[in-house]
Write a protein that binds this ligand. Structure first.
Ligand code: BDR
Ligand code: CA
Length: 313
């Protein structure tokens, strides 16, 4: 089988970085057509910078990286330096990137690629707020039926919220965009906090990254060292949840995950619940299913896969 064509839409972030590294380490499975950056964890100038740092760290400076939207269209940008540090990629000391950004806007790249590639051959992998994807869908509604699948990190049901008591960060930053995406009709797979909070970097898993003994292994260990202090303090967990790499791992090994085809609606109005993913996990409404909402992960095999693949870079 030829590799699956993907566009990674991202706001790096240490966990985004690991998701990108896992994809770039897997060329026989995944062809990264481009990386589109969005404002989220940190402002756009930093997410575009971090994406280039990560591609250079992977030894893949030919990867095409595009700058996208610098804020949600209807509200102010909310960022997460309290989690990811001032640069968004705090932890390892990595050189300034030298590779250039593409001239084209990320939204135009997404539209053009979906129109140019065979129908249902391109999978979108959003790892941040959904501003770029929603803008593309609004500007070019004809692309929706051309999307193979949208496999995204965002939302929560049992875990409820991480940025407010009821909302997960990626959805909270741009709930209107999330609503557009969940309503677009393309097949959607959701990796919510319910999954990612089970993908914890325990000390021995972090040591396994370090033991790879390469620049990539060491950098990933240092990223998680930094990133985990926040979650250990907040949740009393053993280590950082590797949210975004769950998206890449789902593409590589979907059998490691389980969930339900259910209806998921996005709350955009309520002051208390804005950005909540109202997931009908128990199927108590007759609203039509619009997403595969995952709930569980085989964390042991996920970390095995991740460590093996990172060792290739
Ligand atoms: C999500 O928010 C960001 O902080 C992470 O990169 C991840 O995409 C988790 O809520
Ligand atoms: Ca992210």
């Amino acid at each position: 089988m030829p590799p699956r064509k993907i566009i990674i839409d991202t706001d790096p972030g240490q966990d985004d970085a690991v998701a990108i590294l896992l994809a770039l380490a897997s060329p026989e499975d995944l062809e990264v057509l481009g990386i589109t950056c969005v404002a989220g964890n940190v402002p756009l100038p930093l997410t575009t910078r971090n994406a280039r740092i990560v591609c250079e760290l992977a030894g893949k400076p030919d990867t095409r990286i595009f700058a996208g939207c610098d804020r949600p269209s209807g509200r102010d940008l909310v960022t997460a330096e309290h989690v990811h540090g001032k640069t968004g990629l705090d932890g390892p000391v990595l050189p300034d990137p030298t590779m250039l950004l593409q001239d084209q806007h990320a939204v135009d790249f997404i539209i053009e690629t979906l129109r140019a590639q065979p129908e249902k051959s391109v999978t979108l992998c959003p790892l941040g707020p959904l501003t770029n994807i929603a803008t593309a869908l609004q500007r070019a509604p004809d692309i929706a039926p051309r999307i193979a699948e949208i496999v995204l990190m965002g939302g929560a049901y049992f875990e409820v919220g991480n940025i407010t008591p009821t909302a997960e960060f990626n959805i909270y930053v741009d709930p209107e965009a999330a609503k557009i995406v969940f309503d677009c009709g393309a097949p959607i797979v959701v990796l919510p906090l319910d999954v990612t909070h089970k993908a914890l970097v325990t000390p021995s898993r972090n040591q396994a990254f370090r033991d790879i003994g390469t620049r990539v292994g060491t950098a990933v260990a240092q990223m998680t060292d930094f990133f985990e202090r926040f979650d250990i303090q907040k949740y009393g967990s053993e280590g950082a949840p590797l949210h975004d790499p769950c998206v890449t791992a789902y593409l590589l090994a979907p059998h490691l995950f389980s969930g339900r085809h259910i209806n998921v609606e996005i709350e955009t109005d309520s002051a208390l619940c804005r950005g909540m993913t109202v997931a009908d996990w128990w199927r108590v409404t007759d609203r039509e299913a619009n997403a595969l909402f995952l709930g569980d992960i085989d964390a042991e095999h996920f970390f095995k896969l991740l460590t093996e693949r990172l060792a290739r870079l």
